[in-house]
Design a binder for this molecule. Structure first.
Ligand code: SER
Length: 316
């Protein structure tokens, strides 16, 4: 059984991915690591290490201590926060990846997962049904770091045979954990505010359509690409990944089905410009052809499931 290290285990994806990986590999075979502490289940459900991915020495020592062979590198600064902290964003997003790729080149680990994003696209990219190989001229530091990361991943695969796999996640929505510092964060916060306050002030304009995905689909995609036979993974930069798209107004309409008195107001800020630079829908047919990607949730199914879980959480 593989020994797995998840770096960024207290983040939005990490919190849930650690649990899935522990079900699959066995709790003691999945080491969760983060610079800060994580959710109770993550820290107590198996090994947990405090780790800054930029601390190369500690990184090597954890990999050595647990005989790690697969790394999921999720530690990153998201789009909106990266615009405020250019150099720290670049350092974390790039040097973190380079540390892991170098460790893989030295054959200390055999497989790497690294997330890219729809943020690799920019204002010159076709907006609708954006193909896998479209113009990538991102104008955010987050997008630039993801694009550079994709090129490094492909380079390390071609030159050194590193088995690195990657997905361009759309905005991710889940009930277990909240994102931080992203442009698609509103689509998570809106659920919490709908339940607790009956209203939500949105930082994007009502008709800004973005590609989104429900967390169970994102987790399944992550495990599917990592468990696929190597020869099926023909792209070693990153795969387009999509499920559905919506605007804040469309999401608000769906939420009203569950909270009829729900009210949304709009007060767009600097994140509007970031959102406008991204595609509104993504073509993920290459992922479907290569390793069988198929989303299961649409907007309606996701909204129903979010409320089912968040309301139970509230009662419990
Ligand atoms: N969800 C991310 C963000 O909003 C994009 O990958 O920054």
């Amino acid at each position: 059984m593989s020994k797995v290290l998840v770096i960024g285990a207290s983040g939005q994806i990490g919190t849930e991915l650690v649990e899935k990986l522990r079900e699959f590999h066995g709790a003691n075979n999945v080491v969760a690591a983060d610079i800060k502490t994580a959710a109770y289940e993550v820290v107590n459900g198996g090994p947990f290490e405090q780790l800054d991915v930029l601390d190369t020495q500690k990184l090597y020592s954890i990999i050595h201590k647990y005989h790690i062979d697969e790394v999921y590198l999720l530690a990153a600064m998201l789009s909106a926060k990266s615009e405020e902290k250019l150099l720290s964003a670049w350092r974390l997003n790039m040097d973190g990846l380079m540390n892991i790729l170098e460790i893989a080149r030295g054959k200390y680990i055999s497989k790497v997962f690294w997330p890219s994003s729809i943020a690799v696209f920019g204002p010159t990219t076709p907006k609708e049904n954006t193909p896998q190989h479209a113009v990538t001229e991102p104008n955010t530091i987050y997008g630039i770091s993801k694009l550079a990361g994709e090129r490094w991943c492909e380079y390390y695969h071609q030159k050194f045979g590193v088995d690195v796999r990657s997905l361009r996640y759309p905005g991710l929505i889940g009930y277990r954990s909240e994102p931080g510092g992203g442009t698609t964060d509103y689509a998570v916060q809106i659920f919490h505010d709908a339940i607790h306050k009956g209203e939500f002030e949105c930082f994007l304009e009502p008709d800004t359509v973005l590609p989104m995905m429900y967390m169970p689909d994102a987790l399944r995609a992550t495990l599917d690409i990592m468990h696929a036979p190597a020869e099926k993974i023909k792209l070693r930069s990153s795969y387009n990944l999509s499920a559905f798209s919506f605007s804040p107004a469309q999401l608000a309409r769906e939420i009203k089905q569950h909270v009829p008195e729900f009210k949304i107001t709009y007060n767009p800020d600097h994140r509007q410009k970031i959102a406008e630079s991204w595609p509104s829908s993504i073509d993920s047919s290459v992922a479907s052809q290569d390793w069988g990607w198929q989303p299961q949730y649409d907007l309606k199914a996701m909204t129903g499931d979010m409320f089912a879980h968040l309301k139970v959480g509230q009662e419990g």
